[in-house]
Design a protein around this ligand. Sequence first.
Ligand code: NDP
Length: 282
Amino acid sequence: MGQILDGKALADFKAVKLKLTVEKLRKQGTRPCFCVINIGEDPSSKIYLKTKKRRAAEIGIGQKVYQLKADVSQVELLALIAKLNRDDKVDGIMIQLPVPEQINLNEALEQIDPAKDVDCLTPSNVGRLWRGDHFVEPATAHGILALLDHYRINLRGKNVVIIGRSSIVGKPLAALMLERDATVSILHLQTSNLFEYTKRADIIVSAAGQAKLVTAAMIKPGAVIIDVGINRLDKQVVGDVDFASVAPKASYITPVPGGIGPLTVESLMEQVVKLARRKDGR
Ligand code: NDP
């Protein structure tokens, strides 16, 4: 049976440390604060917002949610972003995904001040990420690397397969893993044979959003399995990995829930603090 990579325990531990940092900063006059722009009433977004709010409050970070109507116009959204860019008290700005169809997400992201781009999604920050001189990291990718570091799982020379090429998980994670000298393959729906890649992988990260996508037959014995997926199956939250069959064959494996999810939220808070310190030169 593979060892469980306990993301929840690590997130709780890191949150205690971050809280101490935030207390110190507050004594020096810096109060980290971020804003989330949520458009419409997506039920999953509401859950994520609640989780972020709870973690932010626990650590002592300010969080303000701007709730916009589902039919908000692009112009109104851009005006809000411009206002938050100008507000000195705001250290981080993020747009909660998904956004409704009338919104041009890329155009909106381009308007966020890169110095406040807590999700690392503005073009200049994405460029910095690939160039290796970034000052902020996307939360999920940051959380995954923190977990691997904590369990001393080295990336140098490893064959890594990432399933999923989204801008928030797959692509930034590939950039950060390349920086750590891993050999990275990114798979997606047009990849003709997932097995061919996963069978050779030392580390598999699945961020596809499809329950039971990764099965025992797809992995080599001793592989490290990181499950990012969050899916609902028979009224239960499950990942992308068929945990029961894969865990006995893996060396390490993340559970869902309790794996990457809590680390993503904690890592987001770390990024807010990073941006606040950067702004205040601390
Ligand atoms: P997206 O839908 O944006 O991207 C999914 C990616 O997976 C796409 O690149 C898609 O390919 C690929 N994909 C889907 N099905 C398959 C398949 N059968 N074979 C190969 N590739 C496939 O999702 P996100 O990146 O936003 O999220 C992915 C999952 O991770 C979701 O379940 C989400 O809820 C979860 N998530 C969890 C987080 C956490 O903290 N634990 C944080 C963020 C997301 P293509 O590009 O060809 O369409």
